[in-house]
Design a protein around this ligand. Sequence first.
Ligand SMILES: [Zn+2]
Length: 269
Amino acid sequence: MTWEWYQGSALEYLSLPAWAAEGIEIGFSSRLGGASKPPFASLNLGLHVNDKQGEVLENRRRWFSEWGASWSDLVIGEQVHGTRVVWVDKGMAGRGAFCLETSLLNVDGLLTQSELGLAALFADCVPIFFYHPRIKAVGIAHAGWKGTLGKISLNVLKQLAEAGGKTEDCWVALGPSIGSCCYQIDQALAASFRMNFVQNDFLSALGPGSFSLDLREANRSLLIEAGVKPDLIWMSSACTACDSTKFFSHRRDGALTGRMSAWIRLVGI
Ligand SMILES: [Zn+2]
């Protein structure tokens, strides 16, 4: 079973039944059901995109409420298209939830063994969710082309392994992101991927100096090469740029657009 749409109490969102059955809250928001006006209509959850702060906070309140969470029940990283991953504990409760200034600086990946929710923001980049059943840990990583090329997902696996969580037991889910259908890159970037990846099935030539890049597949190949079992990887096939009804897309809409949010939390620990 893969990602499925759910109608929550106020918002619809994507979730993974197999993960929910394990007691993991996991979700990815749509752009629908919020208070923001165009070009951020309507459930923009990003505070950094020049939308009205009051409307974004109302949107966040609605999204976190779907999970029964308040501001102090979660953490958000700054997200700089880097590869730094940090462990989050109760002392960081509420960081980044209510304002940008308190978000965890220079962080694109979050891990926790606490009951704090982890949230991250997306408008084409790949949301990568992690669950380690043996050491009861969850994580989220933000992987655009920079994070993918920098192999942020391997940093997450490394930190889980250091905490005693073997890679072969790790569950990973890749959420909606820009698909290869809409992600055209140039020769120089394609060459960087070729140099840094063992196999590059995720690149295809479109014409002279032009390639399509499948970011989700690039991350999946990294994970499998690192030892994640293919049947423990759940991959969405949704393209954020194709579906303008459900999703914001930076590539499609430019800088003035909103952000969806990924959510993961261990419950009942
Ligand atoms: Zn597409």
